[in-house]
Design a binder for this molecule. Structure first.
Ligand SMILES: [Fe+2]
Ligand SMILES: [Fe+2]
Length: 293
């Protein structure tokens, strides 16, 4: 499908431009800043502190959650530097990113089984799974994997906000559970949320690996070999989210063959995935109990 042609009269570039000038721009600089820090091995605590502190409500939320992580909310951590000492640089990046991105997912309206909070739950589950696969299977920190999982469906939010009428029709087409979101989008819009999300990620100058993961999370076979691992991991984790029934389902019709081939490609075992899903569900339960989700 040529992404410049569509059935709505609105091209991907136009949709992404609208998003870029809207409330998306309020999360843009902080998300871009954190992604840059993650991808620069020389980045410092001071840089993260500067980014978080440009946004006082975000600073307050990050400190509140940092306190509850280890102290049951007794409020011992008073600034970002202390938070890094007590909970670690990686955890703090994750908390800040979560708190900023979730601003886009607040509206409660439910349409044909979709709502932003349900999509948010799906994205957090996917982010945790991606991180655990990198940590437990590849022995890496998995920070970029967390970002890929958290933002893989960002294109859905763009469509929800800027093509709302058409997006409702897409959801209606998926309502029976037999059609995947991607297929309904291509049929009705002429493009899908992977292409929209990928275009936004490019505009925000994300690293190529992240752009490809967002752009191919339902079709990892499209990815060039050097970016394959993160794209395939994101695909696998999205598939696992659908199977475990957490949050919104963007692919209710599962392709078990592609899933098995993807596991083989990365040398992953189905049993290890079960352990990882269990770990994710425990973490989601913990976050839900504490009101972080
Ligand atoms: Fe998706
Ligand atoms: Fe998804």
């Amino acid at each position: 499908m040529n992404p410049t042609h569509d059935n709505t009269g609105v091209k991907i570039d136009q949709v992404v431009s609208r998003a870029d000038r809207s409330e998306f721009s309020s999360i843009k600089s902080i998300v871009m800043g954190i992604v840059e820090i993650i991808n620069n091995p020389d980045s410092t605590v001071q840089e993260l502190k500067q980014i978080i502190e440009t946004d006082p409500p975000l600073t307050a939320r990050v400190l509140k959650i940092s306190n509850s992580v280890y102290y049951g909310g007794r409020g011992r951590i008073g600034d970002i530097e202390q938070a890094v000492i007590w909970i670690g640089f990686d955890t703090l990046k994750e908390i800040a990113l979560n708190q900023k991105v979730c601003e886009l997912f607040r509206k409660e309206e439910r349409i044909h089984g979709y709502s932003r909070p349900l999509l948010w739950r799906h994205c957090v589950c996917c982010a945790l799974l991606c991180k655990y696969v990198y940590k437990m299977e590849f022995n890496e920190r998995g920070e970029n994997a967390y970002v890929a999982g958290l933002l893989h469906d960002i294109g859905i939010i763009v469509e929800d906000q800027f093509l709302h009428t058409q997006f409702e029709q897409v959801l209606q087409r998926c309502a029976g559970g037999d059609t995947n979101l991607q297929d309904a989008e291509n049929e009705l819009l002429g493009y899908d949320h992977m292409q929209v999300g990928g275009a936004l990620a490019k505009r925000w100058c994300f690293p190529d690996e992240l752009v490809h993961a967002i752009e191919a999370h339902h079709s990892p076979d499209r990815t060039p070999a050097q970016f394959e691992r993160l794209a395939v991991t994101t695909y696998i984790c999205n598939h696992l989210c659908q199977k475990s029934g957490e949050g919104y389902k963007d692919a209710p019709r599962l392709d078990d063959t592609l899933y098995s081939e993807s596991l083989k490609l990365l040398g992953l075992h189905p049993f290890s995935m079960e352990i990882i899903v269990e770990k994710m569900q425990q973490e989601i339960e913990r976050r839900t109990r504490r009101g972080w989700l």
